[in-house]
Design a protein around this ligand. Structure first.
Ligand SMILES: *Cc1c(COP(=O)(O)O)cnc(C)c1O
Length: 477
């Protein structure tokens, strides 16, 4: 193992690397300790590489040059200094992309958020009466107007609202749910688990594909506190199926004196079926059908910030507001500001469709998408001639976010097939860019869907793709 000694001796000293022309200018720009630590880590990484090497050839492959270590150090330091949470360009076409933060806010919501963020506000102060108020009040009357409910309250997210409602109304009692509706959303929200955490006892009825009203009826005991209907937001049971509508369930509840709750998930406030989308249950329909409580998310089809909304009977909503855990799950003032502004846009349906980002993206016409895709393709073909093949064709985009799992939105996308590099490498470079671009791969081609681009992002997307294709293979940065 004598060769290892030879290579270990060649490891440069930290001080020599710090004097490299690439790093010297940084000494003024950032704390020296950050740079020193980065260089030490890179040397240590190479030292471990040498020790692990099985033979001289392997050790030889480890680059110990000052240039190489300095370049790596620059990259590491840049990454350390840039924020972790960053704006990205969503070119996937999936509108409610959970991993990309679901709904981008409407301008009005963003402006309200900014106004409230840097000042004091009447979050829990009644300006009319000059004493303590409730944070729910800021959105309660709008929610009641939009849904026809008697009362409303808001929390951190929909998982919180379901937990709080169950804990308030059904702790140590039974809740009846259809087997086909025991959903899991996003890997962590699972109805049976939330039920257990809330202290309520789950009573499953029916089978995976069929549940009848009589199944609920037969399961009712003196311990039954709630009949729960859960929207199967992210899957559909198709084929031979039967389920019970909220109207039928509410009628049964009324007859037996048991409240009925619906976890509707999406929180649709307008009907999008006129735009070729499947009809999602509306909050107002559920209230109208007789549900005592309805819960939903703020950042799915509703298009607002992450939040959970409960609308329904006043007596129950008031009890939920007083739950001991309500404080732990409460909505913060920034979210509330964005939610109120988003809800206000719904007071005029036309305005909501135009100004709420996710509604605007979902209702884009195929002809508009075609035009956008053609423009992007033409500019890329011009800018990156010789590096890739660029085509446009009809394609589909998805709603995402556990909404309308089967809905395929007709779209028109750009397909990029690079000549020199793999599509995987192209995607890696796009992720590493500024701003990062997230896109999908289909049939070994990069797909760019204009549906999810924000106004003005086309230019940035084109530049990002051009620079990723233009990078030479040694990986400039
Ligand atoms: C999305 C969803 C949830 C979870 O909502 P979050 O706001 O993500 O906590 C719960 N129930 C249903 C039916 C859903 O679709």
């Amino acid at each position: 193992m004598i060769f290892k000694k030879h290579f270990l001796r060649k490891l440069p000293a930290v001080d020599r690397i710090l004097l490299h022309p690439l790093l010297l200018p940084l000494e003024k720009a950032l704390p020296r300790s950050i740079l020193v630590q980065a260089v030490q880590e890179l040397i240590e990484e190479r030292r471990r590489g040498i020790i692990r090497a099985k033979n001289e050839d392997e050790a030889q492959k480890i680059d110990l040059s000052l240039d190489n270590i300095a370049r790596d150090a620059l990259r590491v330091v840049k990454a350390k200094l840039s924020p972790s949470l960053r704006r990205v360009i969503n070119a996937t076409g999936t509108v409610l992309h959970t991993n990309l933060g679901r709904a981008p806010l409407a301008r009005a919501a963003m402006e309200m958020l900014q106004e409230i963020a840097s000042a004091y506000c009447n979050l829990e102060y009644s300006l009319k009466e000059g004493h303590r108020g409730s944070r729910h009040e800021h959105v309660e009357s709008i929610l009641c107007n939009l849904t026809g409910a008697e009362a409303a309250c808001v929390f951190n997210n929909n998982a919180a609202t379901v937990y709080l409602a169950l804990n308030t109304l059904a702790k140590e009692k039974e809740v009846i749910v259809a087997r086909g509706e025991l959903v899991e959303i996003g890997g962590s929200f699972r109805i049976p688990e939330v039920m257990k955490a809330s202290g309520a006892q789950l009573v499953e009825v029916g089978t995976t594909n069929k549940t009848y009203l009589a199944d609920y009826e037969q399961a009712i005991t003196e311990k039954t506190a709630l009949l729960l209907k859960v929207h199967t937001s992210n899957y559909r049971i198709i084929g031979f199926t039967a389920d019970v509508s909220i109207r039928e369930l509410a009628a049964l509840g009324k007859e037996k004196g048991i409240p009925v709750m619906e976890d509707i998930g999406n929180g649709a406030l307008v009907n999008l079926s006129g735009f070729g989308l499947p009809a999602e249950p509306l909050l107002s329909e559920s209230i109208n059908a007789g549900a005592a409580l309805v819960t939903c998310s703020g950042d799915k089809l509703l298009g607002g910030p992450q939040a959970g909304i409960i609308v329904g009977e006043k007596e129950k909503v008031e009890r939920i507001k007083k739950n001991q855990m309500a404080r732990a799950l409460r909505i913060d003032k920034l979210t509330l500001a964005a939610l109120e502004a988003t809800l206000r846009l719904y007071q005029e349906e036309g305005k909501a469709l135009k100004e709420i980002t996710v509604l605007r993206m979902l209702t884009l016409k195929p002809s508009e998408l075609k035009q956008k895709a053609e423009t992007i393709r033409a500019k890329l073909a011009d800018l990156c001639a010789g590096t890739a093949d660029f085509q446009c064709a009809e394609n589909i985009s998805y709603v995402g976010g556990g909404a309308m799992p089967q809905a395929e939105l007709p779209s028109y996308t750009v397909f990029v097939s690079p000549y020199e590099i793999s599509v995987g490498t192209l995607i890696e470079r796009l992720h590493a860019g500024t701003p990062p671009v997230v896109a999908r791969i289909e049939n070994d081609k990069l797909v760019l869907d204009p549906r999810t681009l924000q106004p003005g992002e086309e230019e940035a997307l084109i530049n990002a793709v051009a620079s990723a294709l233009g990078e030479n293979s040694t990986g400039a940065f």
